[in-house]
Design a protein around this ligand. Structure first.
Ligand SMILES: [Zn+2]
Ligand SMILES: [Zn+2]
Length: 284
């Protein structure tokens, strides 16, 4: 469907057996990283075994819980290829997160974080706070591969970031933090999944073309889609009212279509296959 293999690096493990396979089939994706909580490891292993050659899995656990680093280390030793997504109410530069960064450097797996400040529902607290000072972490952990994702990470594609919404629209002001961090730090990658990634790359196509060219070796395709069939059935963005622009659509299809329009076939393949395959050690 997309002219070659496609790796979705951000597909949450689903409750129903084989539902992830149904999704990738429906949207023309060939491979996926199943984002897996440590408690669901056995279920992920079953899904992977059932559809050989299509899936690998990550592991996530709350870094603030005692023994979190051990849980992560054991999962990687048991076959997990990455850590994430980490979506907890912690500072990016906290002792809890630093312990995870250390394990990821030691085990040579990437860590993906959901970075969000503006709430999707009343009372929702921010995740992975302190993004404006994240350069300190990137500098302190040169052997850790970080993957940024989420509303605030992508809002910072622009130098001006409004505080009254999660998904700013309109022209991008050059010099955004995320653009600069990607240029300055070889250990930072960007996961373009969900409405956050799609919105950031849709809002100013001329800017996006330059951004994608600059960071073509640092961008990885992911969907974070929750539609049922890979065609927009069910609910694709968790009923988040702010993400209604993607209601009724499959995020994987929407973002792959967007990328097709913004890139050459060579860059499309790099972003949707090569970069992720290398980071997540996917066998071709
Ligand atoms: Zn997320
Ligand atoms: Zn979908």
């Amino acid at each position: 469907m997309w002219g070659g293999p496609v790796l979705d690096t951000h597909l949450h493990l689903r409750r129903d057996p084989d539902a992830c396979f149904t999704h990738i089939r429906g949207c023309g994706v060939t491979n996926a990283v199943l984002l897996t909580r440590a408690a669901d490891e056995d279920k992920a292993k079953e899904e992977i075994a059932k559809r050989p050659g299509h899936f690998v899995r990550s592991v996530s656990t709350d870094p603030a819980q005692p023994g979190a680093a051990e849980v992560i280390r054991n999962a990687i030793q048991g076959g997990a290829v990455s850590v994430g997504e980490l979506k907890y109410h912690l500072a990016l530069d906290s002792a809890e997160m630093r312990r995870i960064y250390d394990v990821c450097a030691e085990m040579q797996v990437p860590v993906m974080m959901h970075i969000q400040s503006f709430p999707h529902f009343p009372g929702e607290l921010p995740y992975n706070t302190g993004y404006p000072q994240f350069d300190k972490v990137l500098r302190a952990y040169p052997k850790t591969t970080f993957i940024g994702h989420g509303d605030l990470f992508w809002a910072h594609i622009s130098a001006d970031v409004p505080t009254d919404r999660g998904y700013p629209s309109g022209p991008v002001k050059p010099g955004g933090l995320t653009d600069r961090f990607l240029s300055d730090f070889p250990n930072l990658y960007a996961d373009m999944s969900a409405n956050s990634g799609n919105n950031a790359l849709s809002r100013d196509p001329d800017y996006s073309r330059g951004f994608i060219t600059r960071h073509r070796s640092k961008l990885i395709f992911g969907s974070d889609c929750s539609c049922t069939d890979g065609k927009g059935g069910g609910v694709s963005q968790g009923n988040n009212p702010e993400a209604s622009r993607l209601a009724g659509k499959c995020v994987a299809r929407a973002t792959l279509g967007l990328l097709k329009g913004l890139t050459s076939p060579e860059v499309f393949r790099q972003i949707t296959w090569d970069n992720g395959r290398r980071l997540f050690k996917v066998e071709s």
